[in-house]
Design a protein around this ligand. Structure first.
Ligand code: NAD
Ligand code: DAU
Length: 341
């Protein structure tokens, strides 16, 4: 099969591509990524020379580029997005452009080319937040009630994917996963930020009371769930993908313990506007229908991730001094764009 993967230089996309090339030795993967601040080709340094892998720098909202490069693809896996909630609160515009317009371009292009499997990789954030009752969890039938501009932009893209199935019979599938933890995540997100700051002996900002909870999953388990959806998922369906519910405080204490650091590094700061209190996921459907199971407990996932960041100081250094943005220039000979775009 030929896979057309968008956003493959980001956190989840790069883990997905590495996994797919190894687990599916007859398949070829094309990675399309604009290389915004969040795109880092060093995430894929070990597969860059693989003859079954190709990279093209392009914008998912560029219809002509998508048409050229998607031709011949059997499967489209659409990861590319603006993904950070705090950035969406500061400026929603790039989120609307990439997550809404970009998704419409992807759907139109894939439909016109007759793509047989299209995966819209989405998030549990589209469902808003849950009350404290532990019996209440998100599932495939939960209504969309996004709280942040990021979540609203993802919800719009997901609605489009469902509408293309209903209107045109286009074989889109939407997945909603919880919070991922694992290697190669940009340290603006909570877990890598906490690890990086703790390693440097710097304070770690905790929003509000730190008792917000999320459903945490190792990125490898998410990627394996996507494999199950691509191979056995049904067109037009939704699958939620869950992990273990933990509060931000629980996570921070565990990270500080793993790094042998004290609680004096915790700094409670002003809460995120519109901050969702609780996410939890009932993922019986993907377990029962597609036979997927997570392989890592949350404790294992966190331990593995902390060890990875400790062992990859060069990767981290290049992210912190922004030199990762020069990797494209070195590899492909064109000018890499610094800043947000
Ligand atoms: P990320 O920010 O690490 O990576 C996003 C990638 O998309 C980057 O490589 C970036 O360069 C690229 N990109 C951005 N705009 C683009 C454009 N216009 N054209 C082409 N490429 C563009 O994000 P992530 O955490 O890996 O998330 C990937 C997807 O998974 C997103 O759709 C996100 O909504 C979803 N998701 C993330 C999580 C999580 O915990 N991180 C959980 C559930 C779902
Ligand atoms: O639920 C899936 C979502 O998980 C994905 O769709 C998003 O792309 C991804 O960024 C993530 O969103 P969150 O907002 O949950 O992740 P973030 O790492 O930004 O924050 C996790 C929790 O930690 C959240 O409750 C806010 C809190 N937080 C975050 C940061 C960056 C802090 O307390 N301090 C911080 O500095």
């Amino acid at each position: 099969m030929k896979l057309f993967v968008t956003g493959g230089a980001g956190f989840i996309g790069s883990n997905f591509i590495r996994y797919w090339l190894s687990a599916h030795p007859d398949d070829v993967v094309m990675n399309i990524d604009l290389l915004t601040y969040a795109g880092n080709l060093e995430n894929l340094h070990d597969v860059a020379q693989n003859p079954r892998y190709a990279f093209v720098r392009a914008d998912v909202a560029d219809a002509s580029a998508m048409k050229t490069h998607m031709a011949g693809a059997d499967v489209v896996v659409h990861f590319a997005a603006e993904s950070h909630v705090d950035r969406s609160i500061m400026d929603a515009a790039p989120f609307m452009r990439t997550n809404v317009l970009g998704t419409q371009v992807m759907l139109d292009t894939a439909r016109s080319l007759g793509v047989q499997t299209y995966i819209q990789v989405s998030t549990d954030e589209v469902f808003g937040d849950l009350p404290p009752d532990p019996q209440k969890k998100f599932s495939e039938v939960s209504p969309f009630a996004p709280s942040s501009p990021y979540a609203a932009s993802k919800a719009a893209g997901d609605h489009l994917a469902h509408a293309y199935f209903r209107t045109y019979g286009f074989p889109a599938i939407v997945t909603h996963c919880g919070n991922n933890v694992g290697p190669y995540q940009f340290p603006e997100k909570f877990i890598p930020l906490a690890i990086v700051n703790a390693l440097a002996g710097k304070k770690i900002p905790v929003y509000g009371d730190g008792l917000q909870s999320r459903s945490w999953i190792h990125v490898d388990d998410h990627v394996r769930a996507l494999d199950a959806v691509i191979m056995r998922g049904r067109a037009g369906e939704t699958y939620v993908i869950g992990g273990e519910e933990k509060t931000n405080r629980d996570i921070l204490h565990a990270i500080l313990r793993l790094l042998g650091k004290g609680d004096d590094l915790i700094s409670f700061v002003e809460d995120r506007p519109g901050h969702d209190r609780r996410y939890a996921i009932n993922d019986e459907k993907i377990r029962n229908e597609l036979g997927w199971r997570p392989q890592y407990s949350h404790a294992e996932a966190l331990e593995k991730t902390v060890a990875w960041y400790r062992g990859h100081s060069k990767w981290l250094q290049h992210v912190m001094d922004a030199s990762y943005q020069e990797y494209y220039t070195r590899q492909y000979g064109a000018r890499a764009v610094a800043g947000n775009r």
